[in-house]
Design a protein around this ligand. Structure first.
Ligand code: LFR
Length: 491
């Protein structure tokens, strides 16, 4: 019989995708895992009343269209970016559009939280890096709102979509770990944090884990998705619903001496651990202990990522001078290296708008030449990202004692050969690039295992990937001194 097909819904900051995955039978073990993009749709945030929102119904429609395009599937799994949520009233109706994490409503929230729970205590309780948009700050910013007062349930974005598909409410753990309300040691809500901040943990439906059964598609959903009313039930399988958790699950690593960089809008760079490392040193270095698939810990740092370049492209297009990414990357490859670099970890780059000028201003402030042409901006962004990758890989090893001999670059940025080569050069380590659709793959892997199509712990799932996916290898070439010198320019 034909191998089962799994539908991975993977929502990113600029587009959503419904991707089908199947595991071809292949002796002696499972054969190649192949993906097919059934549907892709734009994710366009909307500013209304001065607040930046997600157009969550448009996303949901994209999911339904995608399921229709996918046809009959054995199960569905959903992953998306982290931290954001929708609030439901007692009837289960959505109270307003979810707010985008890049919205300015959290300005000043960290200071408010710090008055009740100093940063060192918040970190000791949660092991989570400070990101101004963590759910804890969003809830603090919203705490006097009528909407929160009326709310009975809080659902993180993938859990919200899963609720609409199945009628069942749950809180998936890997994504819950990004709220800064979870203790990574107990893998449960931190009463220290919820009590100090007056956040009612009962807002969150029960925690569930990747691999859990998450209900079945409702009859009206089946109709919308074009599935026969009398066909077999389609379960929703809980996956690593934080896209980065799914992406890390799909790192095609061999052994544990590896670092990963999940690159896309963000670069999430770090190592995988069996247990959290919660130290004051780690807090100061802004490392996080997010929870991963199969009880793992994602010890990583957020780096601004290709957002810096996406925002430049958007600015040039708005000004009436659109640029083609591939051409720019070719030009950037011929542009002198390491002329100017910025701190790609700086939250100053978080908000949208005016990116080319903001990059130039940052170079000016640090006494470096300003990028003038789009190719120079592109080079500046890629050199800066590689430098930030180097720093994260070095710091993660120092802070955890984990030795790294290979860097895996996964996610959309794995397609960017220049970025991967620069990352190898900057880290002084071999880079294995791919898969680009890591989040969707990790999503499919967990579904396939829950269905009994794949077996075994993460390392054996990774072996399936490593032996069947096309991967690109980058050997470090450039001398390391120039990267060290560039790092010093940022202080
Ligand atoms: C990547 C990601 C990051 C998270 C950021 C905001 O898509 O999920 O891991 O820090 O988006 O949610």
């Amino acid at each position: 019989s034909a191998p089962p097909v799994f539908a991975a819904v993977d929502l990113g900051a600029s587009s959503g995708r419904v991707i089908t995955g199947r595991v071809a039978p292949g002796p002696p073990g499972p054969g190649a895992l192949t993906l097919h993009e059934a549907h892709r749709f734009p994710n366009r945030p909307v500013r209304v009343g001065g607040t930046l929102h997600w157009d969550v119904l448009a996303l949901y429609r994209g999911v339904l269209d995608g399921l229709r395009a996918a046809g009959p599937v054995a199960s569905v799994g959903i992953d998306s970016w982290a931290v954001d949520y929708g609030l439901l009233d007692a009837d289960g109706a959505l109270l307003g559009n979810p707010v985008h994490y890049r919205d300015a409503r959290t300005d000043g929230a960290a200071e408010e939280v710090a008055r009740v729970l100093p940063p060192a205590e918040l970190y000791a309780a949660t092991g989570l890096q400070h990101l101004p948009f963590n759910t804890v700050y969003q809830l603090t910013a919203a705490r006097h709102s009528a909407q929160l007062a009326a709310a009975v349930h809080l659902l993180l974005i993938p859990d919200l979509l899963a609720y609409w598909l199945t009628g069942e409410r749950g809180t998936e753990l890997t994504n819950a770990s990004t709220t800064q309300l979870i203790d990574p040691r107990t893998r449960d809500w931190s009463r220290t944090v919820t009590a100090a901040l007056g956040i009612d943990p009962a807002l969150f439906p029960p925690l569930r884990l990747p691999g859990d059964h998450g209900g079945e598609l409702l009859p009206d959903v089946r109709a919308e998705a074009g599935l026969a009313a009398d066909g077999p039930p389609v379960p929703l399988t809980v996956v690593g619903s934080h896209d980065t958790a799914s992406a890390v699950a799909a790192v095609p690593a061999d052994g544990d001496s590896f670092a990963y960089i999940a690159t896309g809008t963000w670069s999430l760079a770090g190592v995988e651990l069996d247990a959290p490392v919660v130290t004051e040193e780690g807090r100061r270095a802004n490392f996080t202990n997010e929870l991963g698939v199969d009880g793992t810990v994602r010890y990583l740092r957020n780096i601004m990522g290709l957002w810096l370049l996406q925002e430049c492209l958007r600015a040039w297009e708005t000004e009436g001078h659109p640029h083609d990414l591939d051409t720019l990357l070719r030009e950037a490859a011929r542009t002198p290296p390491l002329r100017s670099v910025v701190d790609a970890g700086d939250p100053a780059f978080l908000a949208p708008g005016g990116m080319p000028e903001r990059l130039a201003a940052a170079c000016r402030r640090t006494g470096q030449p300003e990028p003038r042409t789009p190719a120079e901006h592109t080079r500046c962004v890629l050199d800066s990202l590689a430098l930030a990758h180097r720093r994260a890989v070095t710091d993660a090893q120092r802070l955890t004692g984990r030795h790294v001999d290979t860097v895996h670059v996964v996610g959309g940025g794995a397609r960017n050969e220049l970025l991967c080569q620069l990352t190898a050069d900057a880290c002084g380590l071999p880079v294995v690039a791919g898969p680009a659709e890591a989040a969707a793959l990790g999503n499919v892997l967990v579904q396939a295992r829950a269905a009994g199509t794949l077996h075994g712990p993460l390392p054996s799932l990774r072996t399936t990937l490593r032996t069947t996916l096309p991967l690109r290898h980058h050997t470090p070439t450039r001398d390391r001194h120039s990267w060290a010198a560039a790092a010093r320019r940022l202080g």
